[in-house]
Design a protein around this ligand. Structure first.
Ligand code: ARG
Length: 460
């Protein structure tokens, strides 16, 4: 029991089960860089406040540098007995530099320390995820430009609805990712608040300078209430919620990619390097990456649920429950980063089978709405026009021919208002070109949105 820094008030050694049950070093060790960075800033502040001498401060910095090197070399002896990353590093520091190491924890608690570490760590993750989102956005914009005139069927209820361009569809995905980015930018503002100095729960009796550590660690401001600061995990929940929504978007994209790559649609070819084969069926090329992104979305939803439930019953201030925040948060960050990286690479590399998307759009009476709109322009009320076109479609189905394949005489059976000019609106090209307004599918609009996106991404 003598190994515990808190052993003073205890009369017997910790039970072996409790020892392993309470340990977190096997997963929180990944916070070592943030923990060391926080300790250095804290030591610098203690030195300026006259609590640590210049020599002690120097020894602490050098000791922490050496420990960081040990960890990175893989020679650091992690110990579950020392519970967590914080105690592992602190005990090692004292082992290396002696007395000065014992002074580092002055005016600090693991409660403000772990909250600070986690925020530093999450801030980096958010910056990485934002960069990844922007890479993916750029890829989608490139693809949208390449396929700005590529015709495909647009669906509602997964039934052919109206012709759209493939580029327009890619820009719909881009819009989702723009909102995702905005949510993370907003979430980052609340992550970037510094708990350090709150100590265990009530603050400290020492004359600390929180503005100094705050500036040193790049936080926007120190937290305003010590009780809240050590117990708040909103920032982790917010990030995970934003991540869950990103995964929702990726999962919806995955669903479409899988469908489009299936011979049922045959719209796209995914790059071979992003697909896998079958151990029994030699012909198979499976979209496993997309399927796994769809599947991994479930983990992130679970992580969000875990964090929400973790917090709901906790009284102020810190409770050990909070140690359970890390694994879901780490899992979400890992899953999100890997999924985004995979899609940012894979999606822009897909090949559209343009003859196929055109053919399916042509077969589904996709320009029926265009014909109704045409009749409205010939002074027929929309409800009547709808009825007329419905009858024409029914005739086409019986004949096995698309609207554009009917003769003028055949079409005029349904309305004498139909003239020679009808064939322009019945063509797929005519249909998309006519939807030429802000947000519409016309190639001209897709190009305008591509330019706007490039300007937003700083690439114009
Ligand atoms: N490992 C702990 C955590 O992750 C650090 C804080 C422990 N504080 C305490 N009073 N036991 O939350």
């Amino acid at each position: 029991n003598s190994t515990h820094v808190w052993a003073g008030r205890f009369t017997e050694a910790t039970d072996a089960l409790v020892q392993s049950f309470t340990a977190s070093e096997h997963f929180d060790r990944r916070l070592y860089r943030q923990d060391i960075r926080g300790s250095k800033a804290h030591a610098a502040m203690l030195n300026r406040a006259g609590i640590l001498s210049a020599e002690e401060y120097q020894a602490i910095i050098e000791g922490l540098n050496e420990i960081e090197a040990e960890i990175e070399r893989g020679t650091f002896a992690w110990s579950a007995t020392l519970e967590d990353v914080h105690m592992n590093i602190e005990v090692r520091l004292t082992e290396r530099i002696g007395e000065a190491g014992k002074k580092l924890h002055t005016a600090r608690s693991r409660n403000d320390q772990v909250a600070t570490d986690l925020r530093l760590w999450l801030r980096e993750v958010i910056d990485e995820v934002i960069a990844s989102l922007r890479t993916f956005q750029t890829g989608l914009v490139d693809l949208a430009e390449r396929e700005a005139t590529t015709l495909m069927p647009g669906f509602t209820h997964l039934q052919v609805a109206q012709p759209i361009t493939f580029g327009h569809h890619m820009l719909a995905w881009y819009e989702m990712l723009v909102r995702d980015e905005q949510r993370l930018v907003d979430c980052r503002r609340r992550v970037n608040v510094m708990p350090l100095g709150s100590a265990a729960l009530a603050g400290t009796t020492f004359a600390i300078d929180r503005e100094q550590t705050c500036a040193e660690l790049g936080f926007e401001r120190p937290s305003a209430n010590s009780l809240d600061a050590v117990s708040d995990r909103d920032f982790a929940i917010e990030f995970t919620a934003a991540a869950a929504l990103i995964m929702t978007h990726l999962s919806r994209m995955a669903e479409e990619l899988i469908l489009w790559a299936s011979p049922l649609a045959g719209f796209i070819e995914l790059p071979d390097r992003y697909c896998t084969g079958s151990s029994i069926m030699p012909q198979k090329k499976n979209p496993d990456v997309a399927e796994l992104v769809r599947g991994k979305t479930a983990r992130v939803y679970g992580d969000l649920q875990a964090l929400l439930t973790l917090m709901k019953g906790q009284p102020l201030a810190y409770n050990r429950d909070n140690q359970e925040d890390k694994e879901p948060l780490f899992d979400t960050a890992d899953t999100l980063r890997a999924s985004l990286r995979a899609f940012a690479e894979m999606v822009p590399a897909l090949v559209v089978r343009r003859e196929r998307t055109y053919e399916i759009a042509r077969l589904g009476f996709a320009t029926a709405t265009d014909l109704a709109d045409y009749l409205v322009r010939k002074a027929i009320p929309f409800r009547e026009a709808h009825e007329i076109v419905g009858r024409a479609v029914r005739y086409g189905i019986e004949q096995g021919r698309d609207l554009a394949a009917l003769t003028l005489e055949e079409l005029r059976q349904f309305s004498s208002a139909i003239g020679e000019d009808v064939f322009e609106v019945l063509s797929l090209e005519g249909s998309i070109t006519a939807r030429n307004h802000l947000g519409g599918t016309a190639p001209a609009q897709v190009r305008i949105q591509v330019d706007k996106a490039r300007a937003r991404l700083g690439q114009a």
